[in-house]
Design a protein around this ligand. Structure first.
Ligand code: FPP
Ligand code: MG
Length: 311
């Protein structure tokens, strides 16, 4: 167990680049074709990994975090600019209190670590965004998350969207509530409601839609993840448990994306609402205000750290 504990404390958000020449060769071959801009992951199978390896559940999740950090590096090498991961579903609150506590404490440690290594994140140009209902999570973790988002908000080389206390149904409901409030406050009109506006009011409103969604562990379900955003996303289910995911799995997914690229692009051009002309000055002003309200809310959450936690 001692060895395991040491491994956990060593984990970091920015992995060291230890790709070999043959990894780089394969990456460069794939780069001759189209590269997905945005890849989403349902990182499933941490507990089964822990059982398989006969280690504590927390270590399974911690290995899952390390895999996320490695995957970010691989994505960066491949040229994938945006990654969205399902880190904690609202449904996960239904797990045993011990496991919820384990996941919250792990996340809290990882965000504390993130705040310590924020310079490395700036060097890598990594912008962290959170999609989810932050009101549902403990105050101190929420404050760390908010701080991480605020500190990295201007980075623009790579984007990591972490779905935490997230479900699609909650996200869509929240978007409708925001729009309803806007209509009642006469900031927008009923006829301004469009797919474009609903999309922009999502927690993920600043993101493009994912080009690929990868779910590990052999489960063939969406589990309420990005249901609005995945209308034209290639979905890949793989039986590998998340902590066992390798660069070869990722490269195979990119290859799969390339095989269906022409078809996916044709559908996007025909049906994509991002290209439709649903914008107008009032809507854009409303969205700008929404963004500044959300930023102010994050500042309020983050202020908990200065008020309650002494370093
Ligand atoms: C699914 O495996 C995984 C989770 C519910 C947690 C995922 C979290 C991480 C990988 C850590 C990320 C942390 C941060 C701060 C981003 P499971 O528990 O459902 O395992 P099982 O399917 O084998 O039961
Ligand atoms: Mg699972």
């Amino acid at each position: 167990m001692k060895e395991n504990e040491t491994e956990e404390t060593m984990s970091t958000w920015i992995s060291r680049n230890n790709l070999s020449w043959y990894h780089k060769l394969c990456i460069n071959v794939l780069k001759a074709g189209p590269i997905p801009r945005h890849v989403a992951f349902i990182m499933d199978g941490n507990r089964r990994y822990a059982t398989k390896e006969n280690v504590a559940t927390r270590l399974g999740h911690s290995k899952g975090f390390d895999k996320l950090s490695q995957t970010l590096l691989w994505c960066q090498e491949i040229g994938i600019k945006e990654v969205t991961v399902y880190a904690f579903s609202i449904e996960n609150f239904g797990r045993s209190p011990e496991e919820v506590e384990t996941l919250m404490s792990l996340a809290s440690d990882k965000f504390e670590k993130l705040l310590e290594e924020v310079d490395k994140l700036h060097e890598n140009g990594l912008c962290i965004r959170i999609i989810g209902n932050l009101i549902l999570i403990p105050e101190e973790l929420r404050a760390r998350i908010a701080q991480a988002v605020l500190l990295t908000k201007d980075n623009d080389k790579a984007f990591l969207n972490i779905a935490f206390a997230y479900t699609s149904r909650d996200e869509i409901t929240n978007s409708f509530q925001v729009i309803n409030d806007g209509v009642h406050a006469k900031e927008i009109d009923e006829h301004d409601i469009s797919e474009y506006l609903i999309n922009k009011c999502m927690y993920s409103g600043k993101s493009t839609k994912p080009d690929i969604l990868i779910r590990t562990s052999g489960e063939v379900r969406f589990s309420d993840f990005l249901l609005w955003q995945t209308w034209n996303t290639n979905v890949i289910f793989h039986k590998v448990l998340w902590p066992d995911f390798t660069i070869w799995h990722l490269l195979a997914c990119v290859f799969y994306y390339q095989m269906y690229y022409a078809h996916q692009t044709r559908i996007e051009n025909e049906f994509g609402f991002e290209h439709r002309d649903d914008k107008n000055e009032k809507v854009e002003f409303f969205l700008k205000n929404l963004e500044s309200k959300r930023m102010k809310q994050l500042e309020t959450y983050a202020s908990y750290l200065t008020q309650n936690v002494s370093n």
